[in-house]
Write a protein that binds this ligand. Structure first.
Ligand code: ADP
Ligand code: MG
Length: 348
């Protein structure tokens, strides 16, 4: 997704070097760079939030999640490229003025879609919200000061976060309220943000919101009980799908952001996770016979995403880029990264 030039970029006379050519291709043209990339879909500056929701396949992911699959949407790109805007829409500053419905992001649109369906098909919905900051996993929903939670592995569950809160919800308002609480100014200390040469709102953490979808039909069957989330075998076993939205930290290289001291510790942790994600994607993009070990264990992010990246999940990467000439090298690196991701196949 190519975002529009911002006012600041227009004011200082940045040139637009990224253009969508239609047919799912995007062209980058600048003095010494000419490159065309192909994707399943390309959205340019004029694309509405609705168009991105309908055209990127997120609606299908929501449906697959309701059918019991593990689905993940992740937004990748440098700080300021539009990741948060794409997932959540413009964040309201200070006073919580509601966002115009047309500007709501992929997450709110997915919630509406899920809740509409849940009324007719008896789905029970719950959410968990984690951040990875400096290679520590934190629960954004737990009250009190943020606390690192251990990330464990078991044969049956794969990687999971111990003692993670999981909150039931039954309306779009409830889940949106949850999101707002965490991302609004009141929650600013929780979702790490720091003033920064590149973008003062730059987010230095990875945020993962997961919706757990259980078919409620299970509670009508006494033997299966309810609430534990345990999966039982047999023809009547409940389906349990997940839909996860990942707002990745900025992918820009450290030297370009002028980080120092504590910030560079942050930047290194961010890069460690993104680097590991890149390595996993590179391995997964190889034909099955040519793959070597996929290094999921190299970072917290890749452990948590292991299931959706690896075998059984369905994942969508939304690569966000700025059209500005000043962002050229980051834009090219994002597009190369996304091209590798596109070659990954999974067997859901
Ligand atoms: P990121 O999360 O990647 O750091 P943001 O989502 O915060 O970037 O976007 C940076 C700025 O650009 C914000 O002011 C946002 O409102 C604006 N923006 C991003 N994408 C769009 C878009 N498609 N249309 C209009 N404004 C956008
Ligand atoms: Mg952001």
């Amino acid at each position: 997704r190519v975002r529009p030039l911002t006012c600041a970029e227009t004011r200082r006379g940045d040139r637009q070097v990224v253009h969508s050519l239609g047919d799912g291709t995007v062209h980058v043209s600048a003095a010494r760079h000419e490159a065309t990339f192909g994707f399943s879909a390309v959205f340019d500056a004029g694309a509405s939030q609705e168009a991105v929701f309908e055209g990127s396949g997120v609606r299908q992911l929501v449906e697959l999640a309701m059918d019991g699959f593990s689905c993940t949407v992740f937004a990748f790109g440098q700080t300021g490229s539009g990741k948060t805007y794409t997932l959540m829409g413009p964040l309201t500053q200070g006073e919580t003025q509601p966002v115009a419905p047309g500007l709501l992001g992929l997450m709110q649109r997915s919630f509406s879609c899920l809740l509409e369906q849940s009324r007719s098909s008896e789905l029970a919905l719950s959410a968990s919200y984690l951040e990875i900051y400096n290679e520590q996993v934190r629960d954004l929903l737990s009250p009190g000061p943020p606390r690192a939670l251990p990330l464990r592995w078991s044969k049956t569950r794969g990687f999971y976060v111990e003692n993670q809160l999981n909150v039931d919800f039954e309306s779009v308002e409830a889940i949106t309220e949850l999101l707002l609480q965490v991302s609004s100014l009141a929650g600013a200390q929780r979702r790490r943000t720091s003033a920064h040469a590149l973008n003062k709102h730059s987010s230095r953490s990875h945020a993962l919101l997961t919706i757990h979808i259980r078919s409620r039909a299970v509670s009508t069957h006494p033997a299966l009980g309810g609430g534990s989330g345990a999966l039982c075998g047999g023809a009547n076993s409940p389906r349990q799908g997940t839909l996860c939205f990942v707002d990745l930290a900025g992918s820009e290289r450290v030297k370009e952001t002028g980080s120092s001291g504590e910030l560079s510790v942050e930047a290194n942790s961010i890069n460690r996770s993104l680097l590991a994600l890149g390595h996993c994607i590179s391995q997964l993009a190889k034909p099955r016979g040519k793959r070597t070990h996929v290094p999921y264990r190299d970072s917290k992010l890749t452990r948590l995403l292991a299931r959706s990246l690896g075998g059984a999940g369905i994942a969508l990467m939304v690569a966000c880029v700025s059209p500005s000439s000043r962002c050229l090298s980051e834009t090219l690196s994002t597009l190369h990264y996304a091209s590798r991701a596109r070659r990954v196949t999974s067997r859901p």
